[in-house]
Design a binder for this molecule. Structure first.
Ligand code: F6R
Length: 587
């Protein structure tokens, strides 16, 4: 939800550097972009609607400066216009600000300042105007602090002031990370933006402010006191956040699943044992996450039942607060989140913590808010996931939940062996022939208006996840159902040629799903079977390895590929689906 990037340091190409950093954050929002810097004693601002990826390298080569701020936007308050793009300025054009988050009391501040002074419809501009107002009476840092006191909501902001050679940034609820290089500093919403310059970072926590001058100083917004921070070294390589030879991040990340499953198993045994004890001791275990991560949680319910003989409850994070009266100090909330920043998940955690319950999180981004605010946190180790549609993080989350289920049963090593085998089967499956076939299938169904997916037991959540993948990147209306529910309503939607994906694992529900697939076929459906074994009912057969209870991991991958090819064959950009952004830090 919006990307922030700012630079202060030894290089005089700060504007071009900020553009480059923002291009790496574009997955967070791509409605419009903007940059600001002080050039020839004036605040220079350039903004535009459209994608920052279209800005040419060296576009600001003639504008030398050592400090700049920038933003790529996912619109919340106000339409996609140049005026609404960040940075925003105060009335005198001396304060420039970029912001990620939502200022809930912006209307009240707007009324107070008088609507006439505003040039945009955004909540962000009130911050710039308020700082500008206070700046007339006090120094820059005090003006920022006084403004922050007035703000309600979630935000990460970076501010600069004409004539001052430092940046001020603050955070409450939206991510902001400081990359620490040699005589240079980077402020960004996410690490890949500066990974090519440094792997050393300071995480800004909620209610903290940082002043970036010749060095960096952190302060508490609550006490005003200085804070000492630990420098953290991030074990990510810059190339892992690049597209490499692939046309899109989505395809690259799908293909990375050849290795990522194995990386998910790379867990510290003591940590796993601690987590297992917490799960075993809990009275009431809840799983929660959003979108794809939520579907992973649902699959986890089946894994925990089938392997660990444990009942857990799933609720999408946005629905979770309603269940607060079931939470007690002995309850455990297990959250799953790729980004570790999702606002609905954070709210679910706040609710659980307010009842004294413990929180375990499974995240991909080390040091993310969700991981830091959890009692226990495990990393899925999938590496940077940049495509908006989650792929490799999904299977890594599934692998880790399955591993935990094995560990609860006292079979951690068996779990590792099983999942390592699944990893090598995925490696074999993702061969060029397999990709070509899926592309052919996509070619056959790409003109469809509707597409339905069925699955049962642990593959029912995968039918729901398949629908999310297809909807978000191909814009085809896709819906997933529990196979047995078809005859209770949805089958009325099937007409001659309607494409239907049927996920059939080699398990005890196989015969049922085959029967349901036959029911679809007899109403004219075009059946794409995803199964280890062929069946006469299939019009197309996508062969997947037989991996027992781990079947969701291998079944979802061809569907990710199908979604990818449906998108690209329709001439769409799978990495930047309309209306979406990665890391949803607003409720
Ligand atoms: C869909 C997708 C989203 C995310 C959801 C949660 O492909 O990626 O549905 O799964 O927004 O995001 P995280 O996992 O970052 O909490």
């Amino acid at each position: 939800m919006c990307g922030i990037f700012a630079y202060k340091g030894k290089r005089d190409t700060s504007l071009d550097l900020v553009v480059k950093g923002l291009q790496k954050l574009e997955y967070r929002g791509y409605d419009s972009w903007g940059v600001a810097s002080e050039i020839d004693d004036n605040i220079f601002v350039e903004k535009s609607t459209g994608k920052i990826s279209e800005v040419k390298e060296g576009a600001f080569a003639d504008k030398k400066s050592h400090m700049a701020i920038g933003h790529t936007r996912w619109a919340t308050h106000g339409g996609v216009t140049e005026e609404n793009a960040h940075p925003h300025l105060d009335g005198d054009g001396e304060i420039a600000i970029v912001h990620n988050g939502i200022i809930e009391n912006f209307q009240e501040i707007r009324d107070e300042l008088g609507h006439g002074i505003f040039k945009s419809e955004t909540d962000t501009e009130v911050i710039a105007q308020l700082i500008g107002k206070y700046r007339k009476e006090m120094d820059f840092k005090e003006a920022v602090l006084k403004t922050i006191e007035r703000l309600e909501g979630r935000y990460a902001i970076v501010v600069m002031n004409k004539g001052e050679e430092f940046l001020i940034a603050a955070r409450r609820g939206s991510p902001l990370i400081v990359g620490v290089g040699e005589d240079e500093y980077f402020l960004a919403s996410d690490i890949p933006a500066f990974l090519e310059y440094t792997q050393d970072v300071n995480y800004l926590d909620d209610n903290e402010l940082v002043v970036v001058d010749g060095g960096i100083e952190f302060f508490s917004l609550e006490t005003g006191e200085k804070i000492e921070k630990r420098l953290v070294n991030i074990d990510w390589q810059a190339e892992s956040a690049e597209k490499g030879d692939y046309d899109h991040y989505m395809l690259k990340e799908i293909m990375e699943q050849k290795e990522t499953i194995l990386r998910a198993l790379n867990q510290d045994e003591d940590q796993i044992n601690t987590v297992v004890e917490a799960i075993k001791n809990a009275r009431g275990t809840f799983f929660s996450g959003c979108g794809t991560a939520g579907k992973v949680c649902m699959t986890g319910e089946y894994f925990f039942a089938a392997i660990a003989d444990r009942h857990v409850n799933f609720q999408p994070a946005s629905e979770f607060p309603i269940y607060h009266h079931f939470l007690r100090p002995e309850s455990l909330l297990v959250t799953v989140s790729q980004s570790g920043e999702t606002a609905d998940v954070l709210e679910a955690m706040e609710v659980a913590k307010s009842k004294g319950s413990k929180v375990l999180s499974l995240v991909n981004v080390e040091g993310s808010t969700i991981s830091r605010e959890s009692d226990y946190s495990l990393l899925i180790n999938a590496g940077p996931e940049k495509a908006v549609a989650s792929t490799k993080a999904t299977t890594s989350q599934l692998a880790l939940l399955l591993l935990l289920a094995y560990a609860i049963k006292g079979q951690l090593q068996e779990g590792r062996r099983h999942l390592s085998e699944v990893g090598s089967q995925i490696n074999d499956m993702l061969n060029p022939r397999f990709l070509t076939y899926i592309k052919e299938v996509a070619e056959k169904v790409k003109e469809a208006n509707d597409l339905y997916i069925i699955g049962k037991a642990e593959n029912y959540p995968m039918a729901l996840e398949a629908a999310i993948k297809i909807q978000e990147v191909s814009y085809i209306h896709a819906q997933g159902f529990p196979a047995g529910e078809l005859k209770h309503g949805p089958i009325a939607l099937i007409t001659e040629g309607t494409p239907c994906l049927s996920i059939i694992a080699n398990d005890e529900v196989k015969a049922d799903v085959i029967n349901n697939t036959i029911e679809l076929k007899s109403r004219g459906a075009y059946i794409i079977g995803i199964a280890p074994e062929n069946n006469d009912v299939f019009d197309e057969w996508i062969k997947v390895p037989d991996v027992g209870v781990a079947s969701p991991l291998v079944n979802i991958i061809p569907i990710q590929l199908l979604a990818y090819y449906l998108s690209t064959l329709k001439g769409l950009d799978p990495d930047m689906p309309r209306n979406l952004a990665k890391s949803v830090t607003v409720k």
